[in-house]
Design a protein around this ligand. Sequence first.
Ligand SMILES: Nc1nc2c(c(=O)[nH]1)N[C@H]1C(S)=C(S)[C@@H](COP(=O)(O)OP(=O)(O)OC[C@H]3O[C@@H](n4cnc5c(N)ncnc54)[C@H](O)[C@@H]3O)O[C@H]1N2
Ligand code: MOO
Length: 411
Amino acid sequence: MIAVNEAFDRVMNTSPDFGKEVVPLQESAGRVLRQQVLADRDLPPFNRVCMDGIAIDSRSFLQGKRKFYRQGFLGAGEAPPGQATGPDACMEVMTGSVLPPGTDAVIPYEQLEALSEEDGTWYQLKASIFPEAGQHIHSQGSDAAKGSVLLEEGVRITSPVIAVLASAGVSMVKVSRMPRVSIVCSGDELVPVSEEPLPEQIRQSNGYAISALLRSYGVSCRIHYVRDHPGQIGALLRELKEGPDDCLISTGGVSAGRKDLIPGLLKETKGSVLFHKVAQRPGKPLLFGCWENGKVFFGLPGNPVSCMAACCRYVIPWILEGLKGKQAASLHARLSEPVNFSPKLTCFLPVRLVCDDGGMLRAYPLRGQGSGDLVSMQLAEGFIELPAEKELFSEGEAYRVWPLDGSLILP
Ligand SMILES: Nc1nc2c(c(=O)[nH]1)N[C@H]1C(S)=C(S)[C@@H](COP(=O)(O)OP(=O)(O)OC[C@H]3O[C@@H](n4cnc5c(N)ncnc54)[C@H](O)[C@@H]3O)O[C@H]1N2
Ligand code: MOO
């Protein structure tokens, strides 16, 4: 049996890299960017008017002028006029238009009186208004200069990132390829959800739970069922090993029972066991291995809580590593109550997370009937990791939380 950190290092030492692919911009949300993006033009690309109103030369105002003749109109998307605005004149401008030549300040309509006179429209500044050069103008290149780096490789494509990509003209985006994953659910007692179980049977739930967790990170999975039959499991493993998956995740069949066939079958299919059994609760019988073709195998324990804890603690970090995103910030929370855990094992407690009035994230342990009790898990948002070296964990102490949903903590 090895310690949690050692098991984690062995998982990460397989150094997954799922490679890159190119996808249309609209499909890139949530993915990891795998190209550097430079500004193909200044941003903003011109001196951009920020308010609807008029543009004037502020020097005319400094010389005592407060009334300006409307020389013309310039809307967003219209090319500016060739001639400069005269000292007595103004241009009526719209938010998003180019600052007309000869002007350096924009005055919003709310600060103006419009006067219709025989020779046209004039705008007069209201009494309390004192415009300054540069006001209400978003200067060319002030956000980013042409050629500068807008986005670095490894960022996750969120809604603001996609806006930057769009502005830079990136219609096809290089992103990390998502891993292909198969889940193998083994157990003679399992029946599909749509079937009525016999009294000695249960409905299969782990496959869905794993798949939902992975989906929250954008990974979709195929779910397979097998009975506790060596021939059946072996055949499926051999088939999947040669198939397109990067990773296989099994649930059940890894502890000490006569029908716990997974570790033996991993070896039989020429897989190497990198570890089996970790000093943790729940999830002690966890198995991890790989085949010579680079595919990895997570043998998660069958008990539902153990299965989810191992998935959060090992499978998800392995996937994030392979996506080559910038390192995820780790999530920590303070225990809402003292916890006593005396076995010399790392403890993963399912917790509900609540941000208190002081802005502090608190972890509320959800106590159930042990690792088989999936009903008590329903409010859980993650597992808090309590180190093996301690027995008493006081209220208010902060520990790492491994989230049960990707949206809680993505890089
Ligand atoms: N003699 C020992 N017995 C057990 C040990 C041990 O060290 N020595 N470890 C215990 C621990 S800890 C765990 S965790 C479980 C893990 O067992 P397996 O991974 O072999 O899983 P199974 O025996 O196949 O199933 C355990 C439990 O989970 C239910 N299950 C399995 N698959 C699913 C599924 N897809 N959906 C819902 N529920 C599932 C299964 O019916 C069992 O009740 O072993 C202990 N025993
Ligand atoms: O570790 Mo098992 O996961 O105790 O139930």
